[in-house]
Design a protein around this ligand. Structure first.
Ligand code: DAH
Length: 357
């Protein structure tokens, strides 16, 4: 056989083998290796081309054309295979990364503001808007602030009614106790004002935990109160009633009738318990209000002159009103919560349902 024909046959062989391999290639990586092996600088085609130099000059153009045709055929076949394979690989990837959008989602659970804190926030916000300033006092109190300064001297029967948790013996000079109400914040706020050389007007709202040694369906050893008071010249019972009416209407988000019923508290004179028209029967009378149409919500009164005296405010010049309320009780009334203990059991079903929106 002539050398040129031998070379042609060799090229034909090479092409057939290459095309077969291209068709079998299963990945782009393999295909890329084949491209290098056949068309690369040190590839099969190049090594065949080396034989061209040995041919007689007149045969060289013929074989040159043949080589070029083979090169084109192989390059086109590679390109085509590449398109097919990359498409196949893309499909496989899409299949692998597929998301089943019909699967139920994973819920993330968010915390909610505890209903008592929520109620406390709502209440203090109403008083802030009326111009009352926020104040705080310690939960561990002394007898002076919790009792004496509030006109509840030792041996006063009201002390026994407070079911106080004492840290050491009652009556010790430095006896400490868990405050039984937020009223001591009245004393602390007035003292702070006087100590700083200031004088009334003072309008204060305080909120926080209080403690009593008492536990049943309607009593918890720890609960929350909001305390409000105002001291100024010419403060009257009418101011107290106006503030109460505004507060209770704003908190319950409806026009609730209110009434002040005479009562006794050592730190106020006169004193009154405040009732609202029963929110369950709209003031008609039901089981919850025991048929009266009224529900008691808080204690109030005009600050006793002895209280002002205890902090060094002249009661012949200044007067004031004060009231204190149980946060849990008001939240229960607003939301129809039947049992105080729900607040402290922390059953998430209850907390979520009550969660701040
Ligand atoms: N401190 C009282 C209690 O815990 C509530 C109270 C009654 C507060 C009358 C007041 C008030 O400020 O004037 O039972």
């Amino acid at each position: 056989m002539k050398e040129v024909d031998e070379l042609k046959a060799q090229l034909q062989d090479l092409q057939n083998k290459a095309l077969a391999l291209f068709a079998e290639a299963e990945s782009l990586k393999v295909l890329q290796e084949l491209r290098v092996a056949y068309l690369g600088k040190k590839g099969e085609l190049t090594s065949v081309l080396k034989g061209v130099g040995k041919l007689p000059p007149e045969d060289r153009p013929v074989i040159g054309q043949f080589v070029n045709a083979t090169k084109t055929t192989l390059a086109e076949a590679l390109d085509k295979a590449e398109v097919l394979l990359s498409d196949k690989e893309k499909q496989a990837r899409i299949q692998a990364e597929r998301i089943d959008i019909t699967l139920a989602g994973r819920t993330t659970s968010r915390g909610v503001v505890h209903p008592v804190q929520q109620g406390l926030n709502e209440m203090t916000a109403i008083f802030s808007q009326m111009g009352f300033e926020m104040a705080e006092g310690p939960e561990i109190e002394d007898e002076f602030h919790n009792f004496d300064a509030l006109n509840i001297p030792a041996e006063h029967p009201a002390r026994a009614m407070h079911d106080t948790f004492f840290f050491n013996a009652e009556g010790d000079a430095d006896a400490k106790l868990l405050r039984t109400h937020t009223s001591p914040v009245q004393i602390r706020a007035m003292q702070a004002c006087v100590d700083a050389g200031g004088e009334p007007p003072l309008a204060v709202v305080a909120a926080g935990r209080v403690y009593r040694c008492d536990y049943d369906v309607t009593h918890s050893p720890m609960f929350h109160q909001v305390e409000v008071f105002k001291v100024d010249k010419d403060v009257s019972l009418a101011h107290l009633k106006g503030v109460l009416q505004h507060f209770l209407t704003a908190y319950f988000e409806k026009d609730v009738p209110i009434r002040l019923r005479p009562h006794y508290f050592p730190f106020t004179e006169p004193s009154a318990e405040v009732d609202i028209g029963c929110v369950f029967c709209n003031h008609k009378g039901c089981r919850i209000c025991k048929g009266s149409g009224w529900i008691e919500v808080l204690g109030s009164g005009m600050i006793h002159p002895n209280v002002l005296k205890a902090v060094g405010i002249d009661s012949s010049v200044y007067s004031g009103f004060a009231f204190g309320l149980g946060v849990e009780r008001l939240v229960m009334l607003k939301h129809g919560i039947p049992d105080l203990r729900l607040f402290f059991e922390n059953d998430v079903r209850f907390l979520r349902r009550m969660g701040a929106k």
